[in-house]
Design a protein. Sequence first.
Length: 529
Amino acid sequence: MKKIFFWLVWSGFFILNAQEKTEPIEVLHADKMVLLEKYPGQKLLIGHVELQHKKAVLSCDKAILDTKNNFAEASGNVFFNQGDTLYLEAEILRYDGRRNFSVAINRVFLRTPGNSLRTDTLIYDRQDEIAYYRSGGTIRDTVNTINSRMGNYYIKKNLYEFIGDVRVDNPDYRIESAHLQYNTKSRTVYFLGPTDIYGKNNDVIYAEKGFYDTQNKSGWFSRNALVRSGKKWMSADSIYLDKSREFYSATGHVKMQDPDNKIITLAGYVEQWSKNDSVFLDKHPVVINYGEKDTLYLGARHIFVKRQDSSRIFWAYPGVKFYQKGFSGRCDSLFRDDRRKQIELYKQPVLWSEDAQITGRSIIVKSDSTGKNPDSLLIPQDVFIIQKDSAGYNQIKGKTLEGKFIDGKLRHIDIIGNTETVYYVRNEKNKLIGIDKSVCSAINIDLNTDGKIEKIYLRDHPSGTTYPPGKFPEALKKLPGFLWRGNERIRSKEEILDNRSEKITPPSQQHQTDKPEPLKIPARIFKHL
């Protein structure tokens, strides 16, 4: 049985090889044929030569046909035509009929449906339908021109692979890469190494892995991915873009910078609609505004920015927290309208201006004319100010509040309606001399640059009592509604940044440039910033 099995296998192998070898290269035409006696089995064909092998036709001016080895070498106006699928031109073509293998030399031109290739030397494996070159080549289709030092063309897969000094030229962009692939059917470029895409208006995309659909103008980029539009740029673990919709989405360690508006953004996920000037930030984003004076850090679980008419709307929610030197706060939801130049805080908002804790039903902070620095403060309802003293808590309670910022610090406060105060009075040596408990219709307060109460004016028929130290009744030490939230106070930018690995050092106003680089970006992509 073993002998029969091996005989069958060997016979089958022999028959298959015999079948492949039974298809010799045929001579269809030649003006002249010369038999070379010194080389048995070889023929010299001259003038209008036409050879055929497996339905492919090879024409040339002159050819040497080795019938023994089923090999032909053609020269002079060489044309190789494989039906409608492949057309090849060269000065010299060496064709091996046994292996369906050919080498085209000098002024090689290869055309397949939809694209063409020019190179100096091309190897074509007809069996596996793979063509490759190693001496530089240029590929063209209806929209793209691609140059590279080396390339492989997988004809069955409609796929080119380019290696070394790759450049793709398109009317809308230019791609430069060390290694990429190109699908001639879908016209999609796949990046397998450091790649730059240069668009119009100084736009740049950098990635070391990903793809770009040149027809639909969409793509996905990863490994040090970066997108720049003008001076604005974004980097992330991965970035998806759809040029037709002017849409971007970025995932993982997202960093964005807008030098004109002096804004840096960090997030875990971002969606951006450039046409509508809208951005959605997710996974605990942080927005950093390095303005004219101090830098503002703001974080939340979600942040949404949208342009509406001529104004820009900013909405952060929930778990909002922010910090600026000498000024910080928390709330559940924060809303800003650039047109009105004010920030509105909702749901248990709290502000800390130096040592003063300020709360209310809602809090509105109005900006100055630049829209970047606080100018005034408004609390429409349930005002409560608390300042910790070594002996207790200074407190002011009222209906509404209006405050004024000077040089970014809260310096003056007016509280109107049903006001009550508890104030620990100290002399010039900071010695406690009494505790004042008062009621009036309105209060004016001046604060020093450290945020401490400097003067208090009780207006409209004030009434109250000053108690000696140690004689202040326990029941009066805290006004109704008292809630000290000192353990929630944000004292540094690190509390906004949490445990992020990014090192944030916004450039000082004295060292501003058109291209600040406050974020730690890999050195190889600095050229795009």
